[in-house]
Design a protein around this ligand. Sequence first.
Ligand SMILES: [Zn+2]
Ligand SMILES: [Zn+2]
Length: 245
Amino acid sequence: MLKTYKADLHIHSCLSPCGDLDMTPRNIVRQALALGLDLIAISDHNASENIAATIKSAENTKLSVLAGMEVTSSEEVHILAFFDNLDSISQFQKVVYENLISVEIDQRMIQDQVIANEKDEVEGFNERPLLGASLLSLEEIVEKIHQLNGLAIASHVDKESYSIFAQLGFIPDNLQLDGLEISPFSTIEDVRNNFPDCSSFPIVTFSDAHFLKDLGSRTTNFVIEKPTIRELRMALQNDSGRKVG
Ligand SMILES: [Zn+2]
Ligand SMILES: [Zn+2]
């Protein structure tokens, strides 16, 4: 039976250097439930260490949690990657870490990148340059996501930084994106008018929350049977009654 899932799939936890320290797994789950969300994804910059704790935190609740990541390509374009399970995201994580550009960082310039458990206790810190770019091109990232049966969605295409239009000015013909995300600051009509390249892609919108107060500020409804990548892909393709609506 089809059901509507109210989803916010672009949420930064305290692991992202720009994510507020209150964005802990349990806080995120509580806030999502309070807002009546059905489906979320943690999508930290180039990292995934807080996903397992968020999934655990949501156990025995009505909230489903997908494994996500916001990867930075070599062109400095942000791409959202979503997977069904921890095994796929850990394989993807391995590739991203192998290709993260290690730069000398002035430690005073970055915030703590906190790894927390499901009780919101600090487990450790990620010392990698998570805000940096990777050596992987857009095409390589999308290909890797698909090899691991994930979904690849270009982040906040309307933004003036780290978006595909800001960095490249167009969507390459051979790029197999599953959809485009627009930021909370634009409407779908604005984006379709300003960027004609969008016309052939499904469009979704999420909060890109870095603070609890912003979580769920933009959501997308997916009409699907269950919260899996396969069902989300069908919704994006308007297949068998599944839809984005
Ligand atoms: Zn971004
Ligand atoms: Zn983001």
